[in-house]
Write a protein that binds this ligand. Structure first.
Ligand code: CMX
Length: 133
C-alpha cells in the first residue's frame, strides 16, 4: 500500500499552514471542510506523499478529543488502496478492527475507512480509495 498522506492534528490551521509552508518551501494546494469528520483540512504535497493538517470545528470531534488528550501531533497514516471494499474485507478477516462497516466520503475526493489504533500498534490507520470523477 502506498502512503497517501500523513494526518497531523493542529489547533490553529492558519498558523500551522504558515509553519508548514515555511518548512516545506511551498504553499498548501487545497483547503477543504469535511462535514462528516467535523474538520477543516489543508493539504501540502511532500515528495511522493502529502501532509494533511486537520483542525476541528466541533468540540466533540475525533480531532478535538485527540488534541485534548495528547496535544497537537501526528494523528494518522493513510494508505491508498485500489478497492476499499476488498481491503476492508481482507483486513477484517485478518483480525484488524474496522471503525466503519461501510466506507465514508472523506477529504480530497476519496472513500475512506479507519482501523482502530488498538489493533494496529497504537497507530490510527486510514484506508483511502480515489473516487472517480
Ligand atoms: N492515534 C492513536 N491512538 C489514538 C488516536 C490516534 N489518532 N485517537 C485516539 N487514540 C487512542 C486513545 O488515546 C485511547 O487510548 P487509551 O485507551 O490508551 O487511553 C484509545 O485510542 C481509544 O480511545 P477512546 O477514548 O476509546 O476512543 P476515542 O473516542 O478517543 O476514539 C478513535 C478513538 C480512533 C476510535 C476515533 O478517534 C475514531 O473513530 N477515529 C476515526 C475518525 C477520525 O479520526 N477522523 C478524523 C480525521 C478525519 C480525516 O482524516 O479527514
Amino acid at each position: 500500500m502506498k502512503l497517501e498522506h500523513v494526518g497531523i492534528a493542529v489547533s490553529h490551521l492558519g498558523m500551522s499552514n504558515e509553519l508548514f509552508a515555511r518548512l516545506l518551501g511551498r504553499e498548501n494546494y487545497k483547503t477543504e471542510k469535511v462535514d462528516s469528520e467535523h474538520v477543516i483540512t489543508s493539504f501540502f504535497k511532500s515528495g511522493a506523499t502529502k501532509i494533511e493538517l486537520l483542525e476541528s470545528n466541533d468540540e466533540d470531534s475525533a480531532i478535538a478529543k485527540f488534541i485534548k488528550k495528547k496535544g497537537e501531533g501526528v494523528h494518522h497514516l493513510a494508505f491508498n488502496v485500489e478497492d476499499i471494499h476488498v481491503e476492508m474485507k481482507r483486513l477484517s478477516d485478518l483480525g484488524f478492527e474496522l471503525l466503519n462497516t461501510e466506507p465514508k466520503k472523506g477529504a480530497d475526493n476519496k472513500l475512506i475507512c479507519f482501523l482502530h489504533p488498538k489493533s494496529t500498534n497504537g497507530v490510527l490507520i486510514e484506508l483511502c480509495q480515489d473516487l472517480k470523477n
